[in-house]
Ligand binder design. Sequence first.
Ligand code: SAH
Ligand code: SF4
Length: 363
Amino acid sequence: MTRVNLLGLDGAALTAFVAALDEKPFRARQLLRWIHQRGASRFDAMTDLAKSLRGKLADCAEVAAPAVLRDSTAADGTRKWLLDVGGGNAIETVFIPEPDRGTLCVSTQAGCAMGCAFCATGHQGFNRNLSTAEIVGQLWLAEHALRAGSGERAISNVVLMGMGEPLQNLDAVVPALRLMLDDDAYGLSRRRVTVSTSGLVRQMDKLAAQCPVALAVSLHAPNDELRDRLVPLNRKHPLRELLAACRRYLRAAPRDFITFEYVMLDGVNDSDAHARELVALVDDLPCKFNLIPFNPFPGTTLRRSSAQRIRDFARILMDAGFVTTTRRTRGDDIDAACGQLAGEVRDRTRRSASRLPSVVLAG
Ligand code: SAH
Ligand code: SF4
């Protein structure tokens, strides 16, 4: 019999699960607290559960996070876990400590099918969606590893900006988000959990209806001609559709704003003219900009914009009244920076093979 992995059950699913064991709903709440708040994985440690229930759980359930293959800490304190998700696939989770917050960057897929030109994960191709247990398992592992010793809560923010396109895996992502927000689990506020998407417009509507957390949209270009090249999904959902979806999203989450991510690529999308076009594009949409200096990875010919270019670009956006931040590159000595997460994914799409120079294929 395969055991049910309780890391993958949100409050409603866990309530249904305990009901099937003839138990009252408050047992589900107790289980949530044991598992997520206290990091327990053994049922015999859950001392306020009746012994008979502990026995039943031991027979049919488990609390199992992905196995840690590597655990590395960068000079700046950024910590990265490489996790085994079976079948030769590994994914990455990154913790970024800052004075006022601790952010965990979580993966949602092994690889990614979207094929963005500037992204290491995109170059690998796609293998599979992660399950809810694998997504929440990253938070569970990281929170309790970081807390060990201090006992203090370590993760204040979660961003779904690791490997993969979260909205392509919405069915597993939504229960994971619900657990992040659940007061008996991680108790994070809606604004401290961010989903980042390359622009799947229908799924943005679904997320708004099911769990409207903070939304970041990977824009990267101010016009369709350029965005078609950088983010292939744009050929299916051009900017007009994407911005309309952003406006609809904000109707579900009033008083919020969209964060537009914009990777700064030298000579590609980083001119003053691009910045002015961007200002005109987003117009009166409530939004902020987050400029991400491009992080190179093996095999790419793209380059990072200079620090001065990024400052000048940001100045145009700020002068137009948009809050604009430039992401500090963190953990690049352990390849943990944005877009450098590559795990080790067995590619089923063969996308990466088709993109490799022939000399590599021949070798
Ligand atoms: N698939 C989602 C979320 C994961 S990527 C998305 O695309 O939004 C998280 C962020 O890192 C995105 O904004 C993505 O565009 C950016 N990114 C990808 N590769 C990068 C690179 N090499 N350097 C800097 N940022 C990168
Ligand atoms: Fe996928 Fe995001 Fe990378 Fe694009 S940037 S390939 S959507 S992970």
